[in-house]
Design a protein around this ligand. Structure first.
Ligand code: AMP
Length: 210
Protein backbone atom coordinates (compact mmCIF):
# COMPACT_ATOMS: atom_id res chain seq x y z
CA UNK A 1 0.00 0.00 0.00
CA UNK A 2 1.08 3.52 -0.77
CA UNK A 3 2.61 5.54 2.11
CA UNK A 4 0.63 8.65 2.99
CA UNK A 5 0.97 11.59 5.36
CA UNK A 6 -2.16 13.52 6.28
CA UNK A 7 -2.74 17.11 7.36
CA UNK A 8 -5.81 17.92 9.41
CA UNK A 9 -6.82 21.32 10.69
CA UNK A 10 -9.33 24.11 10.48
CA UNK A 11 -9.27 26.35 7.41
CA UNK A 12 -6.45 28.88 7.81
CA UNK A 13 -4.32 26.63 10.03
CA UNK A 14 -1.59 26.51 7.37
CA UNK A 15 -1.93 22.86 6.42
CA UNK A 16 -1.62 23.69 2.72
CA UNK A 17 1.71 25.46 3.25
CA UNK A 18 3.09 22.64 5.40
CA UNK A 19 1.85 19.94 3.03
CA UNK A 20 3.50 21.64 0.08
CA UNK A 21 6.85 22.02 1.89
CA UNK A 22 6.80 18.44 3.08
CA UNK A 23 5.93 17.11 -0.38
CA UNK A 24 8.92 18.98 -1.85
CA UNK A 25 11.21 17.56 0.80
CA UNK A 26 10.02 13.95 0.65
CA UNK A 27 9.32 13.75 -3.07
CA UNK A 28 5.78 12.66 -2.22
CA UNK A 29 2.90 13.84 -4.38
CA UNK A 30 0.91 16.71 -2.81
CA UNK A 31 -2.84 16.30 -3.21
CA UNK A 32 -5.00 19.27 -2.23
CA UNK A 33 -8.61 18.25 -2.71
CA UNK A 34 -9.99 21.81 -2.65
CA UNK A 35 -7.61 22.85 -5.46
CA UNK A 36 -8.58 19.80 -7.52
CA UNK A 37 -12.28 20.59 -7.16
CA UNK A 38 -11.72 24.26 -8.04
CA UNK A 39 -9.90 23.21 -11.19
CA UNK A 40 -12.83 20.98 -12.19
CA UNK A 41 -15.22 23.90 -11.59
CA UNK A 42 -13.02 26.23 -13.61
CA UNK A 43 -12.91 23.77 -16.51
CA UNK A 44 -16.66 23.14 -16.16
CA UNK A 45 -16.24 19.36 -16.37
CA UNK A 46 -19.07 16.99 -15.48
CA UNK A 47 -17.66 16.68 -11.95
CA UNK A 48 -17.06 20.44 -11.74
CA UNK A 49 -20.71 21.16 -12.50
CA UNK A 50 -21.82 18.68 -9.83
CA UNK A 51 -19.72 20.24 -7.04
CA UNK A 52 -19.87 23.95 -7.95
CA UNK A 53 -22.90 24.94 -5.85
CA UNK A 54 -21.77 22.84 -2.87
CA UNK A 55 -18.34 24.49 -2.78
CA UNK A 56 -19.80 27.98 -3.21
CA UNK A 57 -21.96 27.41 -0.11
CA UNK A 58 -18.99 26.09 1.89
CA UNK A 59 -20.54 22.66 2.41
CA UNK A 60 -18.71 19.34 2.01
CA UNK A 61 -18.81 17.47 -1.28
CA UNK A 62 -20.23 13.88 -1.14
CA UNK A 63 -17.68 11.24 -0.14
CA UNK A 64 -18.05 9.27 -3.41
CA UNK A 65 -17.03 12.30 -5.48
CA UNK A 66 -14.07 12.89 -3.17
CA UNK A 67 -12.89 9.28 -3.64
CA UNK A 68 -13.30 9.71 -7.39
CA UNK A 69 -11.10 12.79 -7.51
CA UNK A 70 -8.48 11.30 -5.17
CA UNK A 71 -8.14 8.22 -7.37
CA UNK A 72 -8.03 10.21 -10.57
CA UNK A 73 -5.29 12.49 -9.27
CA UNK A 74 -2.79 9.84 -8.15
CA UNK A 75 0.22 9.58 -10.42
CA UNK A 76 1.21 6.00 -11.24
CA UNK A 77 4.79 6.00 -9.98
CA UNK A 78 4.61 8.32 -6.93
CA UNK A 79 6.66 7.41 -3.87
CA UNK A 80 3.89 8.46 -1.51
CA UNK A 81 1.24 11.13 -0.98
CA UNK A 82 0.78 14.13 1.28
CA UNK A 83 -2.99 14.62 1.65
CA UNK A 84 -4.19 18.11 2.39
CA UNK A 85 -7.93 18.50 2.95
CA UNK A 86 -8.59 14.75 3.00
CA UNK A 87 -10.10 13.04 4.95
CA UNK A 88 -12.81 15.34 6.30
CA UNK A 89 -15.47 12.83 7.33
CA UNK A 90 -15.41 9.56 9.24
CA UNK A 91 -16.28 7.62 6.07
CA UNK A 92 -13.30 9.24 4.32
CA UNK A 93 -11.01 8.39 7.25
CA UNK A 94 -12.10 4.75 7.12
CA UNK A 95 -11.54 4.67 3.36
CA UNK A 96 -8.07 6.12 3.86
CA UNK A 97 -7.03 3.50 6.42
CA UNK A 98 -8.41 0.70 4.26
CA UNK A 99 -6.56 1.75 1.12
CA UNK A 100 -3.33 3.40 2.25
CA UNK A 101 -0.50 2.98 4.68
CA UNK A 102 -0.96 6.06 6.88
CA UNK A 103 2.41 6.99 8.38
CA UNK A 104 1.26 10.00 10.36
CA UNK A 105 -1.58 12.49 10.74
CA UNK A 106 -0.56 16.05 11.66
CA UNK A 107 -3.22 18.14 13.33
CA UNK A 108 -2.51 21.88 13.20
CA UNK A 109 -4.32 23.47 16.11
CA UNK A 110 -5.84 26.97 15.79
CA UNK A 111 -8.92 28.51 17.41
CA UNK A 112 -11.97 29.50 15.40
CA UNK A 113 -11.52 33.26 15.79
CA UNK A 114 -7.93 33.22 14.55
CA UNK A 115 -8.83 30.85 11.74
CA UNK A 116 -11.54 33.19 10.44
CA UNK A 117 -9.23 36.23 10.66
CA UNK A 118 -6.55 34.36 8.68
CA UNK A 119 -8.98 33.18 6.01
CA UNK A 120 -10.46 36.65 5.52
CA UNK A 121 -6.93 37.98 4.96
CA UNK A 122 -6.22 35.43 2.23
CA UNK A 123 -5.73 36.67 -1.34
CA UNK A 124 -5.07 34.86 -4.59
CA UNK A 125 -3.62 36.01 -7.91
CA UNK A 126 -6.41 36.10 -10.49
CA UNK A 127 -4.00 34.91 -13.14
CA UNK A 128 -1.22 32.62 -11.84
CA UNK A 129 -2.89 31.45 -8.62
CA UNK A 130 -0.05 32.54 -6.28
CA UNK A 131 -1.37 32.93 -2.74
CA UNK A 132 -0.93 35.89 -0.36
CA UNK A 133 -2.16 36.98 3.03
CA UNK A 134 -2.60 40.68 3.82
CA UNK A 135 -1.58 40.01 7.45
CA UNK A 136 1.33 37.59 7.07
CA UNK A 137 2.42 37.40 3.42
CA UNK A 138 1.75 40.79 1.84
CA UNK A 139 2.45 41.48 -1.83
CA UNK A 140 5.06 44.22 -2.48
CA UNK A 141 2.38 46.41 -4.03
CA UNK A 142 -1.10 46.32 -2.53
CA UNK A 143 -3.55 44.22 -4.55
CA UNK A 144 -0.97 43.20 -7.18
CA UNK A 145 0.78 39.85 -7.68
CA UNK A 146 4.58 39.98 -7.14
CA UNK A 147 5.10 37.22 -9.68
CA UNK A 148 2.99 38.28 -12.66
CA UNK A 149 1.55 41.76 -11.93
CA UNK A 150 -2.10 40.65 -12.15
CA UNK A 151 -4.77 41.80 -9.65
CA UNK A 152 -5.26 39.84 -6.44
CA UNK A 153 -8.72 38.56 -5.57
CA UNK A 154 -10.41 36.83 -2.66
CA UNK A 155 -11.75 33.30 -3.09
CA UNK A 156 -15.55 33.62 -3.07
CA UNK A 157 -15.83 31.04 -0.28
CA UNK A 158 -13.25 32.93 1.84
CA UNK A 159 -15.77 35.51 3.09
CA UNK A 160 -19.23 35.94 4.61
CA UNK A 161 -21.62 33.05 5.00
CA UNK A 162 -19.40 30.52 3.17
CA UNK A 163 -16.60 30.87 5.74
CA UNK A 164 -19.01 30.31 8.60
CA UNK A 165 -20.42 27.28 6.80
CA UNK A 166 -16.93 25.83 6.23
CA UNK A 167 -15.94 26.33 9.85
CA UNK A 168 -19.22 24.72 10.93
CA UNK A 169 -18.52 21.73 8.63
CA UNK A 170 -15.05 21.46 10.18
CA UNK A 171 -16.39 21.24 13.73
CA UNK A 172 -19.33 19.01 12.86
CA UNK A 173 -17.59 16.53 10.57
CA UNK A 174 -13.81 16.80 10.64
CA UNK A 175 -12.88 17.67 14.22
CA UNK A 176 -13.83 14.17 15.48
CA UNK A 177 -11.14 12.67 13.23
CA UNK A 178 -8.53 14.05 15.61
CA UNK A 179 -9.68 11.61 18.29
CA UNK A 180 -10.16 8.83 15.74
CA UNK A 181 -6.54 8.98 14.58
CA UNK A 182 -5.23 9.59 18.12
CA UNK A 183 -6.80 6.31 19.25
CA UNK A 184 -4.95 4.57 16.43
CA UNK A 185 -1.64 6.09 17.57
CA UNK A 186 -1.27 8.08 14.35
CA UNK A 187 -1.89 11.64 15.51
CA UNK A 188 0.61 14.38 16.23
CA UNK A 189 -0.78 17.75 17.28
CA UNK A 190 1.19 20.94 16.58
CA UNK A 191 0.28 24.55 17.38
CA UNK A 192 -0.48 26.47 14.18
CA UNK A 193 0.73 29.66 15.91
CA UNK A 194 4.38 28.66 15.52
CA UNK A 195 6.34 29.89 12.51
CA UNK A 196 6.18 28.03 9.20
CA UNK A 197 9.82 26.89 9.62
CA UNK A 198 9.32 25.75 13.23
CA UNK A 199 6.29 23.66 12.32
CA UNK A 200 8.05 22.09 9.34
CA UNK A 201 11.07 21.22 11.47
CA UNK A 202 8.88 19.63 14.12
CA UNK A 203 7.25 17.49 11.43
CA UNK A 204 10.60 16.41 9.96
CA UNK A 205 11.96 15.48 13.38
CA UNK A 206 8.81 13.55 14.16
CA UNK A 207 8.85 11.63 10.88
CA UNK A 208 12.37 10.37 11.60
CA UNK A 209 10.93 8.46 14.54
CA UNK A 210 8.14 6.80 12.50
P1 AMP B 1 -10.49 23.89 0.76
O1 AMP B 1 -9.80 24.67 -0.29
O2 AMP B 1 -9.67 22.79 1.33
O3 AMP B 1 -11.13 24.75 1.82
O4 AMP B 1 -11.73 23.16 0.03
C1 AMP B 1 -12.70 23.90 -0.69
C2 AMP B 1 -14.00 23.14 -0.76
O5 AMP B 1 -13.83 21.89 -1.45
C3 AMP B 1 -14.59 22.75 0.58
O6 AMP B 1 -15.30 23.82 1.20
C4 AMP B 1 -15.49 21.58 0.18
O7 AMP B 1 -16.68 22.05 -0.44
C5 AMP B 1 -14.66 20.88 -0.87
N1 AMP B 1 -13.78 19.84 -0.28
C6 AMP B 1 -12.43 19.85 -0.22
N2 AMP B 1 -11.96 18.74 0.37
C7 AMP B 1 -13.05 17.99 0.69
C8 AMP B 1 -13.25 16.72 1.32
N3 AMP B 1 -12.22 15.97 1.75
N4 AMP B 1 -14.53 16.28 1.50
C9 AMP B 1 -15.58 17.00 1.06
N5 AMP B 1 -15.47 18.20 0.46
C10 AMP B 1 -14.23 18.69 0.27
Amino acid sequence: MLDVIVFLGIQGSGKGTQAELLAERTGFQHINIGDLFREEVHKQTELGKKVQAIIAKGELVQDELVFEIVNASLTADCAGVVFDGFPRTLAQAEYLLKNYNVRRVYYLELNEEEAIARIEARRLCSSCGETYNILSKKPKQEGICDKCGSPLVQRTDDSGEAIRERVKAFYEQTFALKEYFAEKGLLKEISARKSIEEIQQEIINDLKTR
